[in-house]
Each structure stands twice: as structure tokens, then as C-alpha cells.
Design a protein around this ligand. Structure first.
Ligand code: BEZ
Length: 237
């Protein structure tokens, strides 16, 4: 007998592409993604399963930091391949029963998508069969106000995310857009930023000769100061 060749299609969105569109049911009602977030930054993230410890620690942390993300015009949207009633029950348990690292009475106010059909998880490459066939990995998509994917980060099931890094990444992307600069390794607001590489011999020479404003390690690697307050004045809502 001929074997049925049922191939699942695992697509992988890429940085610089439009975020795939979908409509979904969430703990905050229906969402129309990404169009309803036009003009805002969004972190769309998946987690493996409700009522699991690493995910619980992540949701409590994200919910506690939500205001800080909203202040830089960034919304949070979660997803797992569980159903809506599981989501509701889990979020109620978190609020009513869990105290963790000084966080308690934590209300998750951002939407958590139900995706039992795995439609969205498949579209966004959140399923990694080598890790699990039934649970999404910890994927993070940072999407800009035009609906373009700007950063993608993946973590396996056992590794909880670093939320300072996610905040740093959104601030760095916004700073790069606002000030036409790039950010070096381990950059934090207030550290020097990288100016675009010289595009001509004249500019390269000028930069190497300039004593103020810029510091050039070599003609292709120049940095300048960028005040932290100025950054937050620009990016805060
Ligand atoms: C957790 O969130 O604790 C977890 C979820 C799935 C697999 C392993 C750990």
C-alpha cells in the first residue's frame, strides 16, 4: 500500500520581511495581527505550555515589565498551542496563587493567543520538531511599527528568556532608527554608538583627522557619544 506522504509545512519568517498576517482568539479578545498594531512596536513570543514552571516565571516577569515596554511604544503578545480555557485558568492561577521572586498578585494584561491548530506557530516557525512536536519553542519576534520583523531570537524549552535583553534589543532598534547609528557589542543606552562606515576616501580621511565628536579606532570603525536622556526623550511615548 502506498504510504501517505503528509508533509507539514514549517515556514520560517525572516528579518526584514513583513510579519505574517493572522487573526486569532486571545485572552483579551480577537486580534488581527499585525495590522492592529500599526504604529507600535510589538514583541510576539511563543511559550511551550501553560501550567509549566519556566513559562510561569517568564509570564510573571513579562507582565511585571509590561508598563516599561509600553512606555517605549512596545506591546506584548504571547502564544502557545494551548486552548483559551487553559490560558484563562493558568493566568488566574498565576494571579491568585503564585508568589515568585517578590512578584505576586501578577495580572497578565497582554493578549495570550490560543493556537490549538498550530496555524500561527507553523506560520512563524515556532515549532521545532527536533525539540518538540507538540510544544512551541520560546521564539521572540520583534516587529516594528510598519509590521516588519526586525529581530528574531529562539530559546529551547528548558531555557527561560532574559527580559533585560529583550528590552535592550527594542531600545537599540529604536535608537538605530531614530539616530541612524548602529550599536556595538553589549551596548546599553548612554554608551557610545557606531556611526555608519565612511563611504568615500574623503570621509574616511576627515573622520581619522577629526579630534572631537567622533572616536575612530580605524577608518571603518568610528563611534560617537549619544546621550541616554536624548534617546529616551525620542523613543518614550
Ligand atoms: C517549562 O516552562 O517549565 C517547560 C515547558 C516545556 C518543557 C520544559 C519546561
Amino acid at each position: 500500500m502506498e504510504e501517505k506522504n503528509e508533509q507539514k509545512s514549517y515556514s520560517m519568517p525572516r528579518i526584514g520581511e513583513k510579519a505574517p498576517e493572522f487573526k486569532a482568539v486571545t485572552t483579551q479578545g480577537e486580534i488581527n495581527f499585525p495590522s492592529q498594531y500599526k504604529g507600535q512596536w510589538v514583541i510576539l513570543f511563543s511559550h511551550p505550555a501553560d501550567f509549566t514552571p519556566v513559562c510561569t516565571s517568564e509570564f510573571m516577569t513579562f507582565a511585571t515589565l509590561e508598563k516599561q515596554f509600553n512606555e517605549i511604544n512596545c506591546q506584548l503578545v504571547g502564544l502557545s498551542v494551548d486552548g483559551l480555557y487553559s490560558h484563562i485558568a493558568w493566568l488566574r492561577t498565576i494571579k491568585e496563587k503564585i508568589e515568585y521572586k517578590g512578584m505576586k498578585d501578577v495580572e497578565v494584561k497582554f493578549p495570550l493567543i490560543e493556537d490549538i491548530t498550530m496555524e500561527v506557530a507553523m506560520k512563524y516557525g515556532m515549532m521545532m520538531p527536533g525539540e518538540s512536536n507538540t510544544k512551541a519553542v520560546r521564539a521572540v519576534f520583534i516587529i516594528d511599527p510598519k509590521g516588519i520583523i526586525r529581530t528574531i531570537i529562539y530559546y529551547p524549552l528548558s531555557l527561560g528568556r532574559n527580559f533585560d535583553e529583550l528590552y535592550r534589543a527594542v531600545v537599540a532598534l529604536q535608537t538605530a532608527d531614530e539616530f541612524s547609528i548602529a550599536t556595538p557589542a553589549d551596548w546599553r543606552p548612554g554608551d557610545d554608538v557606531i556611526v555608519p562606515t565612511a563611504g568615500s576616501c574623503g570621509v574616511a580621511r576627515e573622520r581619522m583627522e577629526s579630534k572631537d565628536q567622533m572616536h575612530c579606532y580605524d577608518w571603518f570603525f568610528c563611534t560617537k557619544k549619544l546621550d541616554k536622556d536624548l534617546i529616551f526623550k525620542k523613543i518614550k511615548k
